[in-house]
Write a protein that binds this ligand. Sequence first.
Ligand code: FPP
Length: 264
Amino acid sequence: MATIPDAPPHSATQASTLIAPRHVAIIMDGNGRWATARQLPRVEGHRQGAQTVRMVVEESRRLGVRYLTLFAFSSENWGRPEPEVSALMSLFAQYLESELDLLRNNQIRLRAMGDLSKLPQKVQDSLGRTMKATAEAQGMDLIMAVSYGSRDEIVNAVRGIACQVKSGSLDPDAINAQTISQHLYLPDLPDPDLLIRTSNEIRISNFLLWQLAYSEIVVSPLFWPDFSKDEYARCLQAFASRKRRFGLTQEQAQSQTTTETVSK
Ligand code: FPP
């Protein structure tokens, strides 16, 4: 697979300013409905959805996104009919094998978060191999949330913190928001700047509940298999037009940004 042509990070792609957010998270929704609308089995929607994953990974890297987190399979998705779960697992393993060159050639580091112990051994092996082969890449982190549930993640974090308190290595009064963040699956991951959800659904669905506290949310009407480069650009434009205030007034937020820019 060819190397993706470079775009300077966080830059404009066209005459208009298309600022690449540092961290984009995506809930890829609508594969099933895409297939049903064409009288195809649901798995065909997932197969087509895997093609969209490729496009979004390439495009994110090209635009200078530093972290891309994709919700590939939720902890609740284990409850789907067995043939669909099996098909998704096979697709996932196939994707990992087929994309290795693309990831390596383009300095993309694969990471995963979720209860990976539940994945079939074949998928665990593919994941392990791909993560190892791309561990040194520094262009973009591609994070697959697989067998992932945010409530589980928070429960795990609380357990870890409770153990530290019990052993006496952590004072309960010293627990703050940072303590929680440091006990999540990938503690070094910055919070998403932008969450995209496709297929017009306006829900978080147990995805990054803690991390999305101040993320901008953009909903696309398209089913995931139809999500295109143009639609991705439209979502990024929508993000660029938002005024992020983080609970401050517009004036305060603006003066903070100016100070940050000046001090860089
Ligand atoms: C939601 O569509 C999508 C999923 C549950 C799985 C996402 C999987 C892929 C995009 C393909 C394979 C992934 C990789 C990383 C190669 P849905 O089935 O809930 O759609 P519906 O709401 O229309 O039924």
